[in-house]
Design a protein around this ligand. Structure first.
Ligand SMILES: Cc1ncc(COP(=O)(O)O)c(C=O)c1O
Length: 448
């Protein structure tokens, strides 16, 4: 699957650079046009295997599960915009009723929006109004979106915040990133010292726990580098929230929707939240965000929060068809995700044994991160090498995305076939081998 970049692709990119406001795209020239099964094709007919799910959106496949497409087409012919926060709607209500059944018993109420950041904006506002408190605790490495409220919680890369402050009332605390412990300790002998730190420092010296409305957290940090905390970390966080009357807000935007094998990634940690947020895969390719609150929290005052497009009928039709598929195929989906996840973990851990550049492999289900380092001992992030590996994969027909300083996320659609999974993993290993080899070669030359 050798990829050729022709004039058409080059022209689109040149035009993009003139007219578009810059975004995060900076490495390979990918201009997707359509998808079919496990494959995606660019505008010039190059064929790729997708290990990105288009940033965790196409969990049910790149060409959209057929049922999702036909549900949307049907809805397009009826009505798309229904001003759902002003008028009533049968489809959004039915979907919300279905959605809450996927959450712990006692949930809840749903607010629909259009994206992850908006779902988190709503969560911040709801936590404040429910608790009548102002502050929020958020984690270093966490990503919750880029609008000003959620950006104040995001602390994944300084460039995302640079020049946009001042920010609101977020206090950042260390996440359990055990491969690079921010407190330079070792798990489990640390006794989850990072949570003790929150009590001993920010909550003792900066702000009283009584003033903190909520703790927002990703079950597995996504943009921050695919960081999986130990199970007991979440138990301690839940306890901290309870001791202080804070609400636990679980941002499932990236890790949720079956990615880890369970509908909610937090369920892997034996803990429940008070408010959940979802987006990305929820709409099967159409924009939707949802904020789901525990019923006992009550409701917000009428008129205090709303939007124009939340509950958009085309998006809800997609989300509804997608969820119906998940509910009907839950057992098989789970089984497939775990089987494919085990296969990937085995292959990636073998690469860790074989190649100096692979520092850490971590994940759950089909949410896996491969952290690249210049050397296993020094753990210096292999930033340029990561770019080269991503490019090498691209030119050999495999789409992958970065996360954190030097991690590659391996997140194929949950429905990927074993054949494509194996083929994609082979392309990935060849790229790792090539860049690891050239890096070793360069080091030998320098050392001689
Ligand atoms: C965990 C998490 N929360 C929130 C967001 C923001 O979502 P959106 O880009 O839809 O605003 C993202 C996006 O990557 C995310 O990964």
């Amino acid at each position: 699957m050798k990829v050729e970049i022709d004039g058409r692709i080059k022209r689109i990119i040149a035009r993009d650079k003139k007219v578009m406001i810059t975004t995060t795209r900076e490495s390979y020239p990918f201009v997707p046009a359509h998808g079919e099964g496990d494959f995606v094709y660019d505008v010039s007919g190059n064929k790729f295997i997708d290990f990105s799910s288009f940033i965790s959106v196409y969990n049910l496949g790149i060409d959209g599960n057929k049922a999702i497409r036909s549900a949307v087409k049907k809805q397009l012919d009826a009505l798309t915009h229904s001003a759902f926060t002003d008028y009533y709607g049968e489809l959004p209500v039915r979907f919300a009723e279905k959605l809450v059944t996927m959450f712990p018993s006692g949930f809840g109420r749903v607010f629909f929006s259009n994206s992850g950041t908006e779902a988190n904006e709503a969560a911040i506002k709801f936590a404040r109004i429910f608790t009548k408190r102002q502050y929020m605790l958020a984690f270093y490495g966490g990503f919750h979106g880029r609008t000003l409220g959620s950006l104040s919680l995001t602390a994944s890369r300084a460039v995302q915040r640079e020049g946009f402050g001042p920010f609101g009332s977020a206090i950042h605390v260390p996440f359990a990133y055990c491969y690079r412990c921010p407190l330079k300790q070792e798990y489990p002998s640390c006794g989850i010292a990072c949570v003790d730190y929150i009590k001993d420092y920010p909550l003792s010296k900066e702000v009283s726990g009584k003033e903190v409305a909520g703790i927002i957290i990703e079950p597995i940090q996504g943009e921050g580098g695919y960081i999986v905390p130990p199970k007991d970390f979440f138990k301690k966080i839940r306890k901290l929230a309870d001791e202080n009357g804070m609400l636990l807000i679980d941002d499932e935007v990236q890790a949720g929707y079956m990615r880890t094998g369970k509908f909610l990634a937090l369920d892997n940690f034996g803990v429940k939240a008070d408010i959940y947020t979802m987006a990305k895969a929820l709409g099967g390719g159409l924009p939707i965000g949802a904020t789901i609150t525990r019923r006992s929290l009550g409701n917000i005052p009428a008129g205090s929060h709303a939007n124009t497009f939340g509950g958009n009928l085309a998006s809800i039709a997609a989300a509804d068809a997608s969820l119906r598929y998940v509910q009907r195929n839950m057992k098989n989906l789970h089984k497939g995700i775990m089987k494919k996840g085990r296969y990937l973990m085995k292959r990636l851990n073998e690469m860790k044994e074989r190649y100096e550049i692979v520092g850490d492999v971590r994940g759950m289900g089909l949410m896996i991160g491969v952290e690249l380092v210049k050397s296993k001992k020094g753990k210096e992030p292999a930033v340029k090498e990561r770019e080269k590996i991503l490019e090498e994969c691209f030119y050999n027909g495999l789409i992958l995305l970065p996360a954190g300083a030097s991690t590659i996320r391996v997140i194929p659609p949950l429905t990927v076939s074993m054949a494509s999974l194996e083929k994609g993993t082979d392309i990935f290993e060849n790229a790792i081998k090539k860049i690891d080899g050239s890096r070793q070669y360069l080091r030998n030359v320098v050392e001689q």
